[in-house]
Ligand binder design. Structure first.
Ligand SMILES: *Cc1c(COP(=O)(O)O)cnc(C)c1O
Length: 357
């Protein structure tokens, strides 16, 4: 076939999402950081009552109902909120609005792989700054790189650690470009960065309903920033980027904080238990303020364990990337799922330690 693509698109690799097996497949799915609990009953009730008329008409282009609900929950005015078709769309909107060949995007590594994919598609310059093995925040290097866009996932994936508010403040005040604080996992963390967004006009926090609110299939995310920054982003988003159903269901879900907080509390308790069980199996486990754990198996043979677990219908995430080859990222499931994981790992590790003759 002829090559119809721009050279950067031709050269780039596709983003590789975690495996998403067909519905009904019997797997324990701990590879995409989905919430193991169902969405809020209030959100599901809205879904039951969707009127055909909502679908006949175009949706409200800015997701007003969701913005107003989020505004009440977060205590920021609704014109400080941009809604997206998942937070992934909003990351892309920032790239399309602010990055281009000759402009530079900066992010610490390892982090969310999609940043790199979006940059390659946009053909923008990129500076990747590496975390050390303890995930100390490379503040000085990030400031020195001074990107037109700087992405900071906090809490970060796949490490699970949070960047402190004060470091984010220093970054926002030192950069001449936009600071994107990707808060996909903020519901599981001790502190969030909304204060930074309120103080610095170049900062935007991007959040999602996929993780804390159990709505990954709905595709709904939002950003919080001052209206001046949002104005440029609104120009490049798709005109009807959030569908009528997502908007209404999402509004009900974010309003039901009681339910979300209860699920998050269960997941945090399970996270503590899972971390302790993995440590007993001699895994190194990094501290996490998310719904997943970054772990290093005792013999460092992460890819082998990933394969063995997969054969037993347990999916975890393996990233064949510098610094991650010997690690796995494991989503915190229900206590039952976590126990099956631990039992299976115990068995697999026992089998590997039996000398083969
Ligand atoms: C899951 C995740 C997202 C994507 O969230 P969606 O709203 O489902 O698109 C964004 N950033 C990070 C770091 C994530 O882990």
């Amino acid at each position: 076939m002829n090559n119809y693509f721009r050279p950067n698109v031709d050269a780039m690799a596709s983003y590789v999402p975690g495996e998403q097996p067909p519905r009904g497949t019997q797997v324990i799915k701990l590879n995409s950081n989905e919430n193991p609990y169902p969405p809020s009953p209030a959100a599901l009730a809205v879904l039951q009552n969707i009127d055909g008329e909502w679908l006949r008409r175009y949706p409200e282009p800015f997701g007003r109902e969701f913005r107003e609900a989020a505004s009440r929950v977060l205590g920021v005015p609704s014109d400080w909120i941009i809604v997206g078709n998942g937070s992934d769309e909003l990351l892309n909107v920032v790239i399309r609005a602010c990055a281009a060949p000759g402009r530079k995007v900066v992010y610490p590594m390892p982090t969310y792989v999609l940043y790199s994919t979006l940059c390659q598609a946009q053909d923008t310059d990129v500076t990747e700054v590496y975390y050390n093995n303890e995930f100390e925040f490379p503040l000085a290097d990030l400031i020195a790189a001074n990107g037109d866009v700087t992405f900071i996932a906090s809490p970060n994936s796949p490490s699970g650690h949070v960047v402190s508010i004060n470091e984010l403040r220093k970054l926002a005040s030192s950069l001449s470009g936009v600071l994107v604080i990707d808060e996909a996992y903020t519901d599981f963390a001790q502190e969030d960065a909304l204060a930074v967004v309120k103080e610095y006009e170049n900062a935007i926090a991007i959040r999602t309903l996929s993780k804390g609110y159990s709505l990954a299939g709905l595709r709904l995310g939002f950003g919080v920033a001052n209206p001046g920054l949002l104005q440029g982003l609104f120009k490049v988003k798709d005109s009807y980027n959030i569908d009528a159903i997502a908007c209404a269901v999402g509004a009900a879900a974010i309003t039901d904080q009681t339910y979300k907080n209860a699920c998050v509390a269960k997941i945090k308790a399970s996270r503590t238990q899972l971390a302790s069980n993995l440590k007993q199996l001699n895994f190194r486990v990094w501290d996490s303020q998310t719904n997943f754990l970054l772990v290093q198996p005792p013999d460092g043979n992460a890819q082998y364990l990933y394969q063995q677990l997969k054969e037993q219908q347990i999916l975890v995430r393996y990233f064949p990337q510098p610094g991650l080859e010997n690690k796995l990222r494991i989503t915190v499931g229900t206590d039952e799922q976590n126990q099956v994981l631990i039992n299976t790992l115990t068995q697999v590790l026992l089998n590997c330690s039996i000398p083969k003759s």
